[in-house]
Design a protein around this ligand. Structure first.
Ligand SMILES: Cc1cc2nc3c(=O)[nH]c(=O)nc-3n(C[C@H](O)[C@H](O)[C@H](O)COP(=O)(O)OP(=O)(O)OC[C@H]3O[C@@H](n4cnc5c(N)ncnc54)[C@H](O)[C@@H]3O)c2cc1C
Length: 220
């Protein structure tokens, strides 16, 4: 992807075709990064290892839940998950929860497990427990985590778009009309927002498309 020198862009496809456009919408989403050394996370992602209680909380309501958060995401995340069921916060060996936060978590009924995680247990994509390095198994049926994300493509960076640091990774900076810091380049969806949700991503795309059309008709 590159600027064409006269205000537009040229995209090179992997079948060697080239497409020209006056405006560009980046909607390539994000890629999720998983914690190293925990067997069983990747294959359960989206089934019993989950990113969002608002998307998946209902299915697991009232069941035993786990939360794994790693810096810079705060351990307070477990206070939200406790809304849906009895919750264990796994510190995975990172025992740095401040006393005040620890008190708040305990007041919400969250159990804090400091041990390092070795693997997830359970048949196929289901989860029955979290096995710790000391051999104990903590029974949980769903594990919520916030993976570190990175843009789904390097194109925004290559074009010179600015990023902000979101709670889970870099987010393309956009204005109210969904335009990035590079004139003529717009961005929508997960790549340009902190909360990853299909409805929000879709609405973002509507707004970006509308803005681009207006800019082409009225000039911008
Ligand atoms: C496990 C999981 C479960 C989820 N469950 C829910 C849920 O229940 N409800 C909900 O609302 N949201 C859910 N989400 C979030 C939702 O999936 C995202 O918010 C939404 O898909 C974002 O849409 P998007 O179009 O921005 O990105 P994506 O859906 O990621 O689409 C981006 C597309 O761009 C493609 N792409 C990347 N680079 C290039 C390139 N160079 N050229 C061509 N194509 C490229 C990618 O292959 C991908 O197909 C879930 C997310 C995950 C990870």
């Amino acid at each position: 992807m590159q600027a064409d020198g006269v205000g537009g862009f040229v995209a090179s496809l992997d079948d060697d075709r080239q497409l020209s456009a006056g405006k560009l919408l980046l909607a390539f989403g994000v890629q999720d990064g998983f914690p190293d050394g925990i067997a069983g996370v990747r294959e359960r992602w989206g089934t019993s290892v989950l990113h969002c209680p608002y998307c998946h909380g209902y299915e697991f309501g009232g069941r035993r839940l786990g939360v794994l958060v790693e810096a810079p995401h705060p351990p307070e995340h477990a206070m939200l998950i406790a809304e849906w069921g009895p919750t264990t916060l796994f510190l995975n060996g990172n025992n740095t929860v401040e006393d005040e936060v620890r008190g708040k978590l305990q007041a919400r009924g969250v159990t804090i497990e400091p041990g390092r995680i070795a693997a997830l247990e359970g048949p196929a994509k289901d989860l029955s427990g979290v096995r710790l390095e000391d051999g104990r198994i903590v029974p949980v049926e769903a594990l919520f985590m916030v993976p570190r994300t990175r843009p789904g493509s390097p194109i925004a960076e290559q074009l010179g778009c600015a990023f902000d640091e979101g709670h889970a990774g870099p987010v393309i900076r956009i204005d109210a009309m969904k335009m990035t810091t590079v004139p003529g380049v717009y961005a929508a969806g997960d790549a340009a927002m902190q909360m990853h949700n299909a409805t929000l991503a879709s609405a973002d795309g509507v707004m970006a498309g509308t803005s681009m059309h207006r800019a082409m008709v009225f000039g911008a």
